[in-house]
Design a protein around this ligand. Structure first.
Ligand SMILES: Nc1ncnc2c1ncn2[C@@H]1O[C@H](COP(=O)(O)OP(=O)(O)OP(=O)(O)O)[C@@H](O)[C@H]1O
Ligand SMILES: [Mg+2]
Length: 249
């Protein structure tokens, strides 16, 4: 898609879900090619903001622009185009449990309705190889995979359409430290190879440190700071001090 100054621009965003105010006056710009991480307490609106970037959740006021397009104004076909350039790994339900590995990754490719069987097969096998899953696992069902493999297959599916923007919601949650480390290095490698911009939510300090170019901190129903990791670790805001003293301990 055509380049604008920022891949994502969020201005004066107010969000309410039912009677619950989630965001008040959220402002955020995401640069092309960076890894921006969201941290903040449970319920602070991180996942909601990711969903808004994909046009899956409405706001009360404010604007969300992705690839220079105002999400609030997008009709269904524009939204579909934007989503086609974005890959997402959701916090829950990373894979469709009724579909095997192959069909999970093939799903977004089939939805395009322009690729034949052979092209889909080649692309799926190529994506599997990219996330270091052997071809022999293609017929397996999600229930028969380890946690680390589920994450890798879900990543392969998120990358199926060769997105420019990758959204990761708690990518290493539930993985043991070793698997978590190898998943982080996989993301790092793919990020460089595919020239990705990544917006990621994580509670895991190792993942945060290993990947983030900048960190956005959610508190008081807004983003209270966005800066480099070094600056955030030294930030005077009381919530940020508490958050990082807790994780450093
Ligand atoms: N459909 C909904 N209706 C009403 N409230 C909702 C709805 N979805 C989410 N919420 C509330 O909105 C708030 C923000 O939720 P969100 O899932 O964005 O938080 P989060 O920062 O991702 O938290 P976590 O770290 O636990 O994943 C929470 O208080 C949640 O209970
Ligand atoms: Mg969440």
């Amino acid at each position: 898609m055509a380049q604008h100054d920022y891949i994502i621009e969020i201005e004066s965003l107010h969000t309410q879900l039912g009677r619950h105010v989630v965001h008040q006056n959220v402002n955020l710009n995401v640069h092309y090619g960076e890894v921006l991480s969201f941290v903040g307490s449970s319920g602070s609106g991180k996942t909601t903001l990711l969903r808004q970037i994909l046009g899956l959740e409405q706001c009360v006021s404010g604007t969300v622009k992705v690839f220079g397009h105002l999400i609030n104004d997008c009709d269904t076909s524009q939204l579909r185009r934007i989503r086609r350039h974005s890959g997402v790994l959701f916090q829950q339900g990373a894979l469709f449990s009724a579909l095997n590995v192959f069909d999970n990754i093939a799903l977004p490719l089939r939805e395009l309705r322009v690729l034949n069987q052979k092209m889909i097969r080649d692309l799926v096998m190529y994506k599997l190889d990219m996330v270091a899953i052997a071809a022999e696992h293609a017929d397996k069902m999600p229930a028969d995979l380890s946690g680390g493999m589920v994450k890798r297959v879900a990543l392969a599916r998120a990358l199926a359409l060769e997105p420019e923007l990758l959204l990761l919601d708690e990518p290493t949650a539930g993985l043991d430290p070793e698997l978590s480390k190898s998943f982080v290095s996989l993301i790092e490698r793919l990020r460089v190879a595919l020239n990705l911009t990544i917006v990621m939510v994580t509670h895991d300090l190792d993942t945060l440190k290993a990947l983030s170019d900048r960190i956005a901190v959610f508190a008081d129903q807004t983003i209270v700071a966005v800066d480099t990791p070094e600056a955030i670790y030294r930030h005077p805001h009381p919530y940020i001090r508490r958050y990082f003293s807790a994780v450093f301990d």
